[in-house]
Design a protein around this ligand. Structure first.
Ligand code: ADP
Ligand code: GLC
Length: 483
């Protein structure tokens, strides 16, 4: 089958610009578009969250599905010219807020039910049926929320093939056996080579154990997750299935993240007009009540406040460097203990450290444009998008050498072997506060060497992160399965 004949049902739990908690939404917003542009017939399927239904024009009714866990309505909406099927059920449509978490920052207690139901709907739509005008050849699933799909489809003859993309192996959707039984999911799947996982049932393991192809979102993370350190208990199974495991680096949306046209930033600029970037720095300093000073290095952070992201290391490194001249603008949401600690820092140094809690798309663009250095000392990072956004904005990332960060950031050595022609940021060798503070000092010193800094910025801005390149790897994978 060639690509023009391929029908892909793309199943996901978040989708930019409708519902986003992190990079998964951005990927699901962009990859199907790139596939479509390459000639693939792709449809997206997403839960009909209240926040989505409030945003889109009334969707068109498609069908009513009676599933083992309840009855859902399938409606059709569109993003550009891609059909998006919305799975509507009270558990999605009647609940405001974050797709996974309650207001109290805890997972919704019925998440297992919600995403098992969603997965049943995906399977029902994907299964061959005589009365459908569209038949999926491949169901492309993303993360634990859709992990049951490959497992459930494995029980049907003539079911389409499945791809499972791991965006973050640490979020697994694990539930007790009692809860699994309450969901009336098939007993036959609850075996050691199936969904059973250390005395529990694991949604993500459904994707890993049953999909026809597994991939992660960077080549380095694909290697890492076969080790005990990064495998989150799944390393044995992933090693066993390594012949069908690959790493495909995410792209980024080059239109949304373009300093030449970005409507959110104070002054547009390009690699040839980098002096204009300073106006964005002054604008950001003003907005955040930091001292307006083009010569002080401004570090930026935009992040979920989670252990993964090494925010504690940033706090610790800043405490070590408090007598140095630098500024920090941090935008984040998540862990309340980390918020408290960050607030203590910004209260102590209000003219140098600004912390903003919440999810703010516009401010995230302003930080990318206004910061000099973007901090991302993640403990693990399947891909990471912000280091690539940073490159595009001539903001040099300072990262830990893991996952997609290792695949995209080239460290400026700054020594006799000077690699000024290739370097596009700063890299530390492990998630460690002492190393991070040294990295920050290195970046501060490099910032004073204006010609080197400019060269590194230009290197960064030259990187090609177009989705077309990543999509071509997915298409090869689809063609390989279809063959
Ligand atoms: P992850 O998906 O692990 O959180 P990524 O780097 O892949 O990390 O993607 C994070 C995405 O979410 C980026 O688009 C980033 O700009 C965005 N983001 C994270 N936190 C915030 C926030 N508080 N406000 C606005 N955007 C945010
Ligand atoms: C996950 C990962 C992040 C990745 C994103 C999109 O949330 O933590 O590294 O960039 O998914 O694939």
């Amino acid at each position: 089958m060639n690509k023009t004949n391929l029908h892909i049902l793309f199943a996901c739990s978040e989708l930019t610009p409708w519902v986003k908690t992190g990079g998964l939404a951005d990927v699901c917003g962009s990859l199907p578009q790139a596939l479509k542009q390459a000639g693939i017939d792709v449809r997206i399927i997403l839960p009909g969250y209240k926040s989505v239904l409030d945003k889109v024009p009334p969707p068109e009714f498609v069908s009513l599905l009676k599933l083992p866990l309840g009855t859902v309505t399938i409606c059709r909406s569109k993003i550009d010219d891609i059909d998006v099927l919305l799975v509507n059920h009270d558990a999605f449509t009647n609940r405001a807020g974050n797709p996974y978490m309650s207001d109290t920052d805890r997972p919704w207690p019925d998440n297992a039910f919600r995403f098992a139901l969603f997965s049943q709907a995906v399977c029902e739509i994907a299964k061959p049926s005589g009365n459908s005008d569209w038949q999926a050849d491949i169901v492309h699933c993303n993360d634990w929320q859709t992990g049951l799909v490959p497992a459930l489809l494995s029980q049907h003859a003539n079911a389409p093939a499945t791809v499972f993309t791991i965006h973050n192996l640490a979020y697994q959707g694990n539930i007790t056996i009692a809860e699994y039984n309450r969901l009336h999911l098939p007993e036959e799947l609850l075996i050691q080579d199936g969904l059973e996982f250390w005395g529990q049932a694991s949604f993500i393991k459904g994707g890993i154990a049953y999909a026809d192809r597994i991939n992660t979102v960077s080549p380095t993370y694909a290697e890492e997750i076969t080790s005990k350190e990064f495998g989150c208990g799944m390393e044995g199974l992933l090693l066993h299935r390594r012949r069908i495991l690959s790493g495909i680096l995410n792209g980024i949306d080059l239109q949304t993240w373009d300093p030449q046209t970005d409507p959110h930033i104070a002054t547009n600029y390009s690699a040839n007009r980098l002096e204009l970037k300073n106006e964005n720095k002054l604008d950001l300093q003003k907005q955040l009540n930091l001292t307006a000073d083009p010569d002080t290095v401004l570090f930026g952070v935009i992040s979920r406040l989670a252990v993964q992201k090494g925010i504690d290391l940033i706090i610790n490194a800043i405490e070590q460097l408090h007598d140095q001249n630098f500024q920090l603008a941090l935008l984040g949401s998540g862990d309340s203990a980390l918020q408290e600690q960050l607030k203590v820092l910004s209260d102590a140094f209000p003219e140098r450290i600004a912390t903003i809690f919440g999810f703010d798309e516009k401010l995230s663009h302003k930080i990318e444009a206004g910061a000099d250095v973007f901090l991302m000392p993640s403990r693990y990072e399947p891909c990471g998008l912000n280091q690539m956004y940073s490159h595009r904005y001539g903001t040099l990332p300072l990262v830990n050498r893991v996952g997609g960060l290792a695949d995209t950031v080239v460290d400026y050595t700054g020594d006799a072997t000077s690699n000024t022609k290739d370097a596009n940021g700063f890299v530390i060798d492990s998630a460690d506060a002492e190393l991070l503070s040294r990295g920050m000092l290195k970046a501060i010193a490099c910032f004073d060497d204006k010609s080197t800094w400019l060269q590194l910025q230009q290197n960064a801005m030259m990187a090609d992160y177009s989705w077309a390149e990543s999509a071509s790897h997915y298409i090869r994978m689809y063609e390989d399965i279809a063959a």
